[in-house]
Design a protein. Structure first.
Length: 87
């Protein structure tokens, strides 16, 4: 029974030691990388929406003379949609 208790104590110490190491590694290295990756993902999404909206706006502006006002309104709505999360 004594050897079982010793094994459990060693295992508990092993787990606690690795949890402490993981916390140090996460705070020292991984945390900043995850934040940077998240920010780059948001930038990527915004750029994709802006490029697609810009191409559609150019199409409206260049090919539909009777809808020039709609092209301007579309541009204003896209800009408002892209800037809304910043407010």
């Amino acid at each position: 029974l004594g050897s079982v208790e010793q094994a459990i104590i060693r295992l508990g110490g092993f787990v606690a030691d690795h949890q402490d190491r993981f916390t140090r590694v996460w705070k020292g290295q991984c945390d900043s990388m995850v934040r940077a990756t998240t920010n780059l993902l948001w930038v990527n999404a915004v750029v994709a929406v802006a490029i697609t909206a810009g191409m559609f706006w150019m199409f409206l502006r260049n090919h539909l003379e009777e809808h020039r006002l709609l092209a301007t309104q579309f541009l204003v709505l896209v800009m408002a949609g892209l800037l809304a999360p910043l407010v």
